[in-house]
Design a protein around this ligand. Structure first.
Ligand SMILES: *[C@@H]1O[C@H](CO)[C@@H](O)[C@H](O)[C@H]1NC(C)=O
Ligand SMILES: *[C@@H]1O[C@H](CO)[C@@H](O)[C@H](O)[C@H]1NC(C)=O
Ligand SMILES: *[C@@H]1O[C@H](CO)[C@@H](O)[C@H](O)[C@H]1NC(C)=O
Ligand SMILES: *[C@@H]1O[C@H](CO)[C@@H](O)[C@H](O)[C@H]1NC(C)=O
Length: 416
């Protein structure tokens, strides 16, 4: 008779097959992509004379690649280094090629990709399906084949395609064409699609199945800004749409709430913990955008927390949901492994929007937030790693104290 753990792994592989069958089949992003991207922290700083340490340049990318390895981010799973907008010359070459800015990328993108690869990391770039990029550099529209084959030749492993300056009426067709063009290069390239955010803005309904068929990840909503207000807006949008969008996330295809702000100016320590926890609940790509040279230790610890990364990268790839909201306390849960036959383990985030002073005491039972396994769960505090004593049955009371705008993040593991 097959053992229980054998059945368990069979169930997990079957699930994985079912999930991967419904989306883009390029073998990539089987867990949410992790890495670092220029935009949120460095925007379109191009004046290297004035801001030598911050301008979008090969210097910034090399420095970040070095630090990703030295500070343990690479080992923790952060693999992609992605240059967002503002890396190009304002005009194409006379023979129609895109040119990297020659002052800021004097050795060219191919050499830079090589440098990033030599560190054991992967390299990503940005373009825009339209006549211009959002910051006004040459767009890819009308040059799809030439540009993408050049990117493949440079050795890129990831492309974010934005949606500014598009005057047509069907984004998805163009993005589908780009997917086919990417595939035809034969190079495995993670494909990030920004167009749902533009459709959302214009109240155009998005065909999420088509998205999952064509893109490894997609930006659903507005760009993140360096503030708690921006985080809560994004999180509210994801909660509002969850019944519609969560089911399209899975190995190879992910909803993307945008970059992690952690280590920058706008979020407090507690708010940073909340962003990290919720991004893990949402099975979100973990793309930092910060200056790794001077990031404070306690923020670094949030980004490098192995238990949180493990939840984010759970192989089942099931996006979590907001399951409770009252008195400005929210409970978010995500089904994760291990699974006992058909009972999941869960990541559970208790988040507070409260701004009154003391931590808010909140009591619930596991059953009330959807954890119904009769044999019970063991509980671990994900941030500290502390295991709670005993077994938690679905009807026992569980009390947490949630700090203002903070989080209590737990992992409830099914007994096996
Ligand atoms: C770029 O091209 C435009 C139009 O083709 C031209 O007017 C402009 O002078 C060019 N800019 C540079 C920096 O070469
Ligand atoms: C690009 O610009 C041309 C000329 O202004 C316009 O006809 C075309 O529709 C634009 N294409 C896109 C994708 O916006
Ligand atoms: C191209 O698409 C085929 C069919 O979906 C897939 O098997 C293959 O891995 C893809 N190749 C690349 C390089 O994306
Ligand atoms: C569980 O908590 C509820 C609400 O706080 C309380 O009314 C109830 O008495 C508690 N039950 C037990 C067994 O402690």
């Amino acid at each position: 008779m097959p053992s229980r753990s054998w059945l368990l792994s069979l169930a997990i592989s079957l699930l994985a097959i079912v999930w991967t069958a419904v989306g883009l089949d390029n073998g990539l992003a089987l867990t949410p992509p992790m890495g670092w991207m220029t935009w949120q922290r460095f925007r379109c700083i191009t004046d290297c004379a004035k801001y030598p340490d911050e301008c979008i340049s090969e210097r910034l990318i090399k420095r970040t690649a070095d630090l990703m390895v030295e500070k343990g981010y690479a080992d923790a799973g952060y693999k992609y280094i992605v240059i967002d907008d503002c890396w190009l010359e304002k005009n194409r070459s006379d023979d129609g090629y895109l040119l990297e800015d020659r002052a800021r990328f004097p050795h060219g993108m191919k050499a830079l990709a090589h440098y990033v690869h030599s560190k054991g990391l992967l390299f990503g770039i940005y373009e825009n399906y339209g006549n211009k990029t959002c910051a006004g550099y040459p767009g890819i529209y009308g040059h799809e084949k030439v540009d993408i084959s050049r990117f493949a030749d440079w050795g890129i492993d990831y492309i974010k395609v934005d949606g500014c300056y598009f005057y047509g009426n069907d984004y998805s067709k163009g993005y589908e064409l780009l997917q086919k063009t990417l595939n035809s290069t034969g190079r495995p390239i993670v494909y990030s699609c920004s167009y749902p955010a533009y459709e959302d803005e214009s109240s155009i309904p998005t065909d999420f199945q088509l998205l999952a068929d064509n893109c490894n990840l997609w930006r659903n909503y507005d760009d993140i800004q360096d503030s708690w207000n921006s985080v809560t807006q994004i999180v509210d949008w994801f909660a509002l749409k969850q019944d519609h969008i969560a089911k399209f996330a899975g190995p190879g295809h992910w909803n993307d709430p945008d970059m992690l702000l952690i280590g920058n100016y706008g979020l407090s320590y507690e708010q940073s913990k909340t962003q990290m926890a919720l991004w893990a609940i949402l099975a979100a790509p973990l793309l930092m955008s910060n200056d790794l040279t001077n990031i404070r230790k306690e923020y670094e610890e949030i980004l490098l927390n192995k238990r949180i990364i493990e939840i984010d990268q759970d192989p089942l790839g099931i996006q979590g949901l907001r399951v409770y909201r009252r008195s400005s306390i929210e409970v978010w849960t995500r089904k994760i492994s291990p699974v006992n036959i058909d009972e999941y383990s869960y990541a559970v985030a208790f988040c507070s929007r409260r701004t009154d002073g003391s931590p808010y005491e909140f009591t619930t039972t596991l059953r009330r937030i959807g954890l119904k396994f009769t044999m019970g769960y063991t509980i671990q505090d994900v941030y500290s790693g502390d295991e709670w004593d005993g077994i938690y049955l679905s009807n026992t009371n569980l009390t947490v104290r949630v700090p203002p705008t903070g989080v209590v993040f737990l992992k409830a593991t099914v007994l096996i």
